[in-house]
Design a protein around this ligand. Structure first.
Ligand code: SF4
Length: 225
């Protein structure tokens, strides 16, 4: 019987009604601030091994240096790029990765955001499944469910994915049990991130959690009390 992930999605949506999609929106686009596609690519690389608040500072650093398009990122000196993204941590490694991504976009024999495939992204050094799927889902609007440590934690506790399940197994679980819907995948992932920050933390706050009545871990916790 298919798992009712939509019910979980709805419970989270009810709890966090403002969460909708990619948490960017610092780069000016046409005079407005909203997530730009390259900002999503940069954010997906910068967020590797760090918290989002550091990514925001690094994205702002790119704005201040005028490095908000692929050509500028590709042509600027490595040291300038490193300086701009320093708050993200691992800034030397990430600067190289940003430059690689910019070159991939510039060299792409077609419209990158409409045509790039998952395998092409994964064959680029420094782009793993989570980074690739974040780019595909939020910048390219392709239906790939993004799996991160928060997703693994919440759904292992809930009892729907195994402890230590691989990225691929977890992704297949979501994609098999949800309709192929880009907007749904975007919002669901944003809700998972919010839930992991607000309630399902390393030490979970199960009392009053929106998922407690069905979550295996949460149910055990309530019986202990
Ligand atoms: S009940 Fe507890 S373990 Fe389960 S999802 Fe909520 S916070 Fe996490």
């Amino acid at each position: 019987m298919p798992v009712d992930l939509i019910k979980i999605y709805q419970a989270l949506e009810h709890r966090y009604p403002r969460m909708s999609g990619w948490p960017g929106g610092q780069w000016p686009v046409g005079g407005q601030f909203k997530p730009e596609r390259l900002e999503v690519v940069a954010g997906a690389i910068l967020t590797q091994n760090t918290r989002w608040s550091n990514v925001e500072r690094a994205l702002q650093g790119l704005v201040e240096e005028g490095l908000v398009d692929a050509t500028s990122i590709d042509s600027c000196s490595l040291s300038r790029l490193e300086g701009a993204i320093r708050p993200s941590g691992f800034f030397r490694q990430k600067a190289v990765r940003l430059k690689r991504a910019a070159r991939l976009i510039l060299d792409y024999p077609g419209e990158f955001y409409q045509q790039v495939g998952r395998e092409e992204l994964l064959s680029t050094e420094g782009i793993g499944p989570e980074t690739a799927d974040s780019i595909l889902l939020y910048a390219c609007e392709q239906p790939y469910f993004v799996v991160d440590a928060y997703t693994q934690r919440i759904f292992a506790r809930y009892g729907l994915v195994g402890e230590g399940a691989s990225y691929q197994v977890t992704q297949e679980f979501f994609q098999t049990n949800l309709p192929l819907d880009v907007g749904l995948y975007q919002r669901f992932h944003a809700l998972i991130v919010e839930h992991a920050k607000q309630a399902c933390r390393k030490t979970p706050l199960c009392d009053g959690c929106a998922l407690q009545d069905q979550c295996q871990f949460g149910l055990k916790e309530s019986k202990v009390r």
